[in-house]
Write a protein that binds this ligand. Sequence first.
Ligand code: NAD
Length: 642
Amino acid sequence: MSDIDIRITGRAGRITLNRPNALNALTYEMCLAIEKALDRWREDEAVHLVVINAAGDRAFCSGGDIADLYANGIKGDYAYGQKFWSDEYRLNYKIFNYPKPFVSFLQGFTMGGGVGIGCHGSHRIVGDTSQIAMPECGIGLVPDVGGSLMLALAPGRLGEYLGITASRMGPADAIYAGFADHYVPELMWTDLIGRLETSGDASVVEKAAQSPSAGTLKANTAQIDRLLTGERLGDILTDLKADGSEFAQDTLKKLSRSSPLSMACTIEMLHRLRGPSLTLEKALDLEYRFTYRASEHADFLEGIRAAIIDKDRSPKWQYGDMDVPLAAVSKMLQPLGRNALSFEENDMTTPLTIGFIGLGNMGAPMATNLAKAGHSVKGYDVAGTTAENVTQVSGIPEAVDGADVVITMLPNGSILRQVAAEAIRYMPKGSLLIDCSTVDVESARNTSEAAEDKGILSVDAPVSGGIGGASAGTLTFMAGGRVDAFAKAEPLFDIMGQKAVHCGEAGAGQAAKICNNMILGATMIATCEAFALADKLGLERQKMFDVVSTSSGYSWSMNAYCPAPGIGPTSPADNGYAPGFAAELMLKDLGLSQQAAAAVNADTPMGELALQLYEQFVEHEDGRGKDFSAMLPRLAARGRDD
Ligand code: NAD
């Protein structure tokens, strides 16, 4: 099962976080998946409301998955975190403004990123195990994901208290502080979710709500308001130290665990936000000023190191003496100018400049589809080929100069490495390289590393669907690379194809492609063998097609690309076996699969045999230049002993 389960049940759009062993920590992929679902359901009349819950009983969501942020930040790649946070905040904003009821069930830990997806909806339900908190100062961040809005709106100085102490709130406290709306005993949740799904009516929540047992925050209001009013962190510390109460001592102990810079910024943020013109946009904008700079200038990487990498729980904070200069706070919170948080979606939907290298059978129609969708496409092919609506240029530097995106569609890995090395030299930092060729996993990884070293995002995205799919814009993309790179490329995949699957890290797209094509090579041979056998048994080819295409022997080779002329949908067999997908390209892909299989010690006897047959056909017979389905006339002409 995947990390998140998204479906429609009855009248409800349903989201279930499904990483119970990781306390349902929110990954970048989960964030993007929730956003996509909400976008789909906004106008879908079948969806009356959205219900989000989580698997397991320990946590709704313990926060954002910070391991990836650390791994990229420690390499000096701050762009990953910046993109993650801006995409996450856009999701928080969408939930807050969602036009349909958004009902969340918040058992166990709901912290940080979990608050962002669980506490901005219209109906926020807590139970006896709920523990809600904004613990970001403990890892060198500030309360974010819109949490600063709730903190600024909390009664009195409660926001300061919760923001810098990371105190956990039980059900009554969460409702008092404005992080939740209703208490419903957890035993009743399954039934309540069922009723929400069948009725599509969120008012059933109010009817089920009960009063929780008393919390502690309300009782401490007077002390909180007295001790956390100081203008700056230093003033608050002075007041706490001067007060002899147990509450003051306990609060000081909590503060000793957190980043002083983060706490000082949190106080400043809440003071700036509080007031009549407070909006979620303002809160997120201010939070983003901090998080944008957090990996480079704040204690964030050190905080994660101490918490989850080395687990020594002894972070070496900047300003360890708690004396944070005003200038340091101002520096973290000053406006970001053109890098300011934007709630606009992926900018790949606006017209782009695209450099397209390799305008062969596949590349030419793909480039044309991008141009027809409104992008400005410059195309280059060493053979001088052109494509409709594409501006032909005379070299790689010209094709990639000023391009937002560069796409390559080339014959093999060594050509890709050569082309990519030259292209990367001229590509602007922050641009995106998408390689759609089928190449070896090593070349894909190598290209990705070379791009990343220059601050260029990259995705290996080989395709399936053939020339027909390239022309019709119905290809399937299997992609490898960072989540942010994939998210950036997705709108372009949507133009050139009908489906794009993010398969994992760099090279994962090529791994998926060679596995797919190993199946394709073997099934094409099996399909051709069956036709050749049918001939000799006196079975009409059409009859065999009629049976097999709807029986258990069916496959893409049989049903969509039938190797027998005049049978099934039009295919290269109907055009004298002109490619289509050339036999030598299939030979290449089978070679790649066997090379990969040898490298990881995988036993692939069918793949090996398919490779030998295509090798024989292409290298020693007349297969070169023919479609890979021309295996049928070859086999039909042979006997067992040939
Ligand atoms: P193709 O041979 O028709 O196109 C490749 C193009 O790259 C050619 O036009 C060639 O001139 C150009 N090229 C070679 N070196 C170059 C260089 N240094 N600079 C610029 N251009 C250069 O091949 P195709 O069928 O379009 O396939 C392209 C890729 O897509 C291959 O990796 C193939 O395995 C894969 N693929 C093909 C199909 C298919 O059905 N044809 C299906 C899926 C994947």
